[in-house]
Design a protein around this ligand. Structure first.
Ligand SMILES: *Cc1c(COP(=O)(O)O)cnc(C)c1O
Length: 373
């Protein structure tokens, strides 16, 4: 043993398997129609961190409730972050995750912003692998189904003072997820939020933290009150530049199948969450011969270019729903309809391409898939 312990070698997983796993017939029922985020597998991963010991006490253990002291720091000041990615049943058999290393890197960027300790990327990936391997029977095989992986970390120190905590817990959960669009892809309507902002320069918009979501709920409620499915966030200063849709990044398609296509997505200014799906689509778009641009897009431009016919499609993208077409835009000052509310061909082509890669139906030319089982 050296005096400066290698944080990676220090972590050895203890395996404690559940002695009361969900019976196979009940599991099959749950996995056949899981919805989203309601059903969890038999196990979870927990790893603890303390200022004295660093990462330690890594376990695979039965899924179950945590016991927390009411003065646990996270319950008061929300020092917590999360990630989300998916494991896909491969058409050739086996199970693979999609770019878990990218999520591991983003997790650490979020950790840095919220003053949480960094978790070595290999432990992040290994923890998810171990959970999926033990709960492999929970990976759905149906078209567009997947096993959603939810790593998260929060401050567990029992202390009401305001400073970074000295103790944390990292957990990984797995939850079977059904097709986002069970009845076929249907474009969403969006509300341009002018009363609320998601992120301001210097804030936490770039970090995947629960607090961002807590602050978004009232705007999402306002969108629903105005008959919309989702909220679209605009820049904090002027409420003119388009940033994101709910928990997804946005893309605009210029041109059409016959004419030259340009994919435009709002640039990462520090107030947007840098999506792995967004990044993957920029790469795929380029390879499909489209021009791709990361730049500012204003609401005025969206309306004007749609009117002139230059802007032909709009869609949102993220791990949970892959790609969701945007069919209608509403705001306090009016609205406009994109493509008669129908999904566009470029949107659907990109969606198909990404799903085909994730399920192993086309060659993985980018090394995006990580073999787990
Ligand atoms: C997670 C998230 C996204 C999408 O990221 P992916 O890595 O593509 O799933 C976009 N916006 C917000 C606010 C998010 O939290």
């Amino acid at each position: 043993m050296t005096t400066t312990p290698n944080p990676v070698r220090n972590v050895r997983f203890e395996i404690h398997r559940s002695d009361s796993p969900v019976p196979a017939d009940r599991r099959a029922q749950l996995v056949a129609d899981p919805g989203f985020g309601q059903v969890f597998t038999d196990h979870m991963i927990t790893i603890r961190w303390s200022a004295e010991q660093g990462w330690h006490d890594a376990q695979l253990r039965p899924y179950g409730p945590l016991q927390l002291d009411p003065a646990t720091a996270v319950l008061h000041y929300s020092q917590s972050i999360f990630e989300g990615f998916k494991a896909y049943h491969q058409d050739s058999g086996g199970v693979k995750t999609f770019r878990p290393d990218a999520n591991a890197r983003r997790f650490n960027r979020s950790a840095a912003r919220l003053a949480l300790p960094a978790l070595p990327e290999e432990i992040f990936v290994e923890a998810a692998d171990l959970l999926i391997q033990n709960d492999r029977e929970w990976v759905p095989t149906a078209e567009e189904h997947s096993l959603y992986i939810r790593p998260f970390m929060f401050a567990t120190e029992v202390f009401l003072g305001v400073r970074p905590a000295r103790e944390y817990l990292f957990i990984v959960l797995a939850s079977p997820a059904g097709a986002y669009f069970a009845k076929g892809v249907k474009p969403v309507s969006v509300w341009l939020s002018e009363d609320y902002v998601r992120a301001a320069p210097g804030g936490t918009g770039e970090a995947k933290c629960g607090g961002n979501y807590a602050a978004s709920l009232v705007a999402q409620q306002q969108a629903a009150d105005n008959g919309c499915d989702q909220v679209v966030w605009l820049d904090a200063a002027e409420h003119r530049q388009v940033e994101e849709m709910g928990g997804m990044n946005l893309f605009f398609v210029y041109g059409s199948e016959e004419r030259e296509v340009t994919l435009v997505t709002p640039e990462l200014t520090g107030t947007l969450l840098p999506g792995v799906t967004r990044d993957s689509l920029l790469t795929l778009g380029r390879e499909m011969g489209y021009k791709v641009e990361e730049r500012r897009v204003s609401v005025d431009e969206w309306r004007r270019d749609l009117g002139s016919g230059n802007l032909t499609e709009a869609f949102a993208c993220g791990t949970a729903a892959v790609i969701t077409p945007v069919g209608e835009v509403k705001s306090a000052t009016g609205g406009f309809v994109v493509r008669d509310g129908q999904p566009g061909p470029i949107t659907m082509k990109l969606r198909r391409m990404l799903l085909d890669i994730q399920h192993g139906r086309v060659p993985d030319q980018h090394g995006w898939l990580h073999a787990v089982v």
